[in-house]
Design a protein. Structure first.
Ligand code: IPM
Ligand code: MG
Length: 363
């Protein structure tokens, strides 16, 4: 019997709808396994701005620090697109949340569900058997370097973004990747651009050094441009893809296409471990706020539900509970109980209810 206390940040667009479906599923987990559920509901992003607050209000940040387990829907939308820099939901809420909570390891899975194999643009025989995880460094690199815009000596309007990595930043993400690789197929593909970038040469050097402590893990290095091709031509060869912040951003969108839909992919952003779970974990679907369908009860809630499952496993060490949710999602996909994006006709709340029912009644 555990009390599952977490910070719940529904955010913007479809966030509140898919979030509500995930809460229904978590209630079912609580009932079946005898856990109490205490979501601490807080504002973030455009929802916070509309309430007269900063994109990341102090109360929200304090709750995240206190619970260490965060379930986030999505932030941003056209309503706040006119805002600049730190006033924007993405730059003012998401990036500081990652940075200030030290969520330096982002993981996103690429394992197409059997029921969705034919929805992906890749031929089934190429795709079948694909099962890899991308581990993306999330609090360094070009996202967090010095940036600016100025008129140079000749009066030319100029902008720049600096990319920096320290040895320590690369080392800690590499260690996390190798530790995770030991629980999987013991193979890491590290992706960089070391034929051009100094940060990538440092990246490769440090990853090689960490690899020496893990003789059982096979390590290969690929350049990021080549990786975008290999991911399409031989996706089954990868098990754990380790990369920096911006390359990870790009490669995880590409990987999501292999899964047939962005609507079924969760993510975790993690700090260091504490006891059984991570000291702080942020769990969110990889899709955005989808403003075009917000409020229509049509969005696919499965990525959000799977993010909740990852929170159970990685923040609370509740493996059986997480397995139960993941099995219920798979059964729901197999039964075709899905929203329009996957060719079904169910609403967001219907899909949530079907998954919850399967969690409650599974053997
Ligand atoms: C992601 C998103 C974010 C990122 C945006 C919204 C800032 O694309 O989580 O992949 O670039 O990290
Ligand atoms: Mg992205």
């Amino acid at each position: 019997m555990a009390d599952i206390e977490f910070t719940y940040l529904p955010g913007d667009g479809i966030g509140p709808e898919v979030g509500a479906a995930a809460l229904v599923v978590l209630e079912a987990v609580g009932d079946r396994f005898g856990h109490g559920l205490s979501p601490d509901h807080q504002l973030i992003g455009g929802a916070a701005i509309d309430a007269g607050e900063a994109p990341l209000p102090d109360a929200t940040f304090a709750s995240c620090q206190r619970t260490g387990a965060i379930l986030l829907g999505a932030v941003g939308g056209p309503k706040w697109d006119h805002l600049r820099n730190e006033a924007r939901p993405e730059i003012g809420a998401l990036l500081p949340l990652r940075k200030r909570l030290n969520l330096y390891a982002n993981i996103r899975p690429c394992k197409p569900y059997a029921a969705l194999l034919d929805r992906a643009p890749l031929k089934r025989d190429r795709l079948d058997g694909t099962d890899f995880i991308v581990m993306r460094e999330l609090t360094g690199g070009i996202y967090f370097g010095d940036k600016g815009r100025f008129l140079d000596a000749s009066g030319r309007d100029t902008a720049y973004d600096e990319c920096r990595y320290t040895v320590a930043e690369v080392e800690r993400i590499a260690v996390k990747a190798f530790d995770l690789a030991m629980t999987r197929r013991r193979k890491i593909t590290s992706v960089d651009k070391s034929n051009v970038l100094a940060t990538s040469r440092l990246w490769r050097e440090v990853v090689d050094r960490v690899a020496a402590d893990y003789p059982d893990v096979e390590l290969e290095h690929l350049l990021v441009d080549a990786m975008t091709m290999h991911m399409l031509t031989r996706p089954t060869d990868f098990d754990l893809v380790l990369t920096g912040n911006m390359f990870g951003d790009i490669l995880t969108d590409e990987a999501s296409v292999l899964c047939g839909s962005m609507g079924v992919i969760p993510s975790a952003s993690l700090s260091d471990m504490r006891g059984d779970g991570y000291a702080v974990g942020l769990f969110e679907p990889i899709h955005g706020s989808a403003p075009d369908i917000a409020g229509l009860d049509r969005a696919n809630p499965l990525a959000m539900i799977l993010s909740a499952a990852w929170m159970l496993r990685l923040s609370f060490g509740l493996d059986d509970e997480a397995d139960a949710v993941e099995q219920a999602v798979e059964a729901t996909l197999d039964a075709g109980d899905v929203t329009g994006d996957l060719g079904g006709s169910l609403s967001t709340s219907d899909v949530g209810a079907r998954v919850a029912e399967r969690v409650r009644h599974a053997a």
